[in-house]
Design a protein around this ligand. Sequence first.
Ligand code: F6R
Length: 610
Amino acid sequence: MCGIIGYCGQEQAPALLLRGLKDLEYRGYDSAGLSVFAPTGLQIVKTAGRVADVEEKWDRQKPKGDIFCGIGHTRWATHGAPTERNAHPHRAGQVCIVHNGIIENADSLRAEFAAKGYPLLSDTDSEILAVLLDAAYARTGEALSAIRYARSRVVGSYACAALFSDQRDVVYAFRKDSPLIAAKTQIGNFLASDFFAVSRYGDRYMIPEEDEVVVLTKEELLICKENGERVVKPVYTVQPDSRDTGKGIFEHYMLKEIFDAPDAVRKTCEAYMRDGLPDFQAFDTQNLRFQASRIGIVACGTALNAGKLGRYFFETFAGLPVFCEIASEFRYYTPPLLPGDLLIFITQSGETADTLAAMREAKKQGVPTLAVVNTPNSAAAREADCVLYTHAGTETAVASTKAYIAQTALLYMLANEIAARKGRLTQAAVRENMRQLDSRLPVGMANILADCGTIQALSDVYCADNASCFFIGRGADYDLAEESALKLKEVSYIHCEAYAAGELKHGTIALIAPHVPVVAIASGERTYEKTVSNLREVRARGARVLLVTDRNPSAELATIADDVYTIPLRGDLFALCAAVFFQLFAYYGALRRGCDVDKPRNLAKSVTVE
Ligand code: F6R
């Protein structure tokens, strides 16, 4: 999703802005640009494509002389195609802006200002912010009152940084429902959509509230109210494990992050386990978890899939009724909420717009909210009644891998603790489950990682030339099938569908023709044989079948499935372990097809617009 950076200080701004934009590339984008106070005045350079293209263009056009201040942007197109004219910054009169978010009433505002004779030069919603600021600034000559006016006119979400052409070396910024941080460092003052863009210069940052304005000058980082009254802000420190540590020896971030899985489990266990038992006491200020008579899990994408596996754990261990809801649905079609409900919001970034909106809706209805978050001090962490951090470390590849593992591990622990409190599991049983989680699971994962050559060979067979792929399973295997299908489709662009194995014959089996790949996941005692019969059904129709299972299959089954991969971890943790297999399967599939693994087309890491 779009990224913003702003700088004012003693160093040359263009190089710092370009560096910051590169650090924001992981968010996903399709065009980029910057605007600086050049000796001759405001100068904009932007282009469709990569930050490297902007850099090249800047090198060709840069003026002589020092430049100490500017703003930069990576754009993920929402309104208007990813072209140079729609790339940010946008200029109107004396004002130049970059914007993240969506201005929902842009069409009517554009019509209003077009009728007044304002030239509109792009197809974006963002440009209207520049127009509004310029219109007000022309009247008052005051940046703060221009910001107040722009805010009063727009509906939607924004993090916006603005330069006013006659206020050399000053950057203004303001936000609503979109992330923005401000950081004072040794080399000057920064603002950015997230701290990765500035973390190489310092580890402390502030978060402006929605009625505040950030003002950067060379000397000062000021956060004030719209009337200019200075505000003293809490300063957050970046946690050591939330720094981007680079790709290391790996070719891609995605591969590195898949290899981080055992560590993500260990660190998350370390945080919530004492003496071999789960312990969430220190984090549970409102005793949320023990009072709940029903749990709702709300999230998007992979985080929602982690929640679905969590549902299985809560229901199986604790006997708690659980519903899972897509955040973008929940926010508008909130199901009836009951006294005794606890809503769990799962999010890696902590900044996903739909998840945040759903959480705000729940809070409005007075339901306790618990956030399971990977990014410290993110909006979800700040806004929820209670937060439990996963300790996966920074996730940079767009496709979520280790965060899913950490989320499911945390939910597993929480379900065990609730089950113990409710007397549904003995302390000995919980202790054994924790031992499995803490020691057997990371070992199981490490074995899969060590076998990546076999997985690459399998993935080559199933992904090289196929246009589609089906994943089937039952129970927790079905939850894993959903995540595995999502992972493969987002990075390899193969059309993937996940089905509850028993549901296939109610329609979708019509799509099973000779050689169509089907991945069957079969584990546990309850439904192993049932899934195997569904495997036989698709095999009888000529599908090419890969069976991923927790045991050595019978001799007969071994001849029916085209390929078998055994992960010898019996019990409820099989799905967590097998997730690593499927992440590698997706990674190698994407690699085989020549896809941009870390930055799949059209996708963004942190989906900060609705
Ligand atoms: C898929 C993926 C997305 C995210 C989703 C939620 O690999 O990364 O589906 O899981 O956009 O993001 P967070 O967890 O940041 O709320």
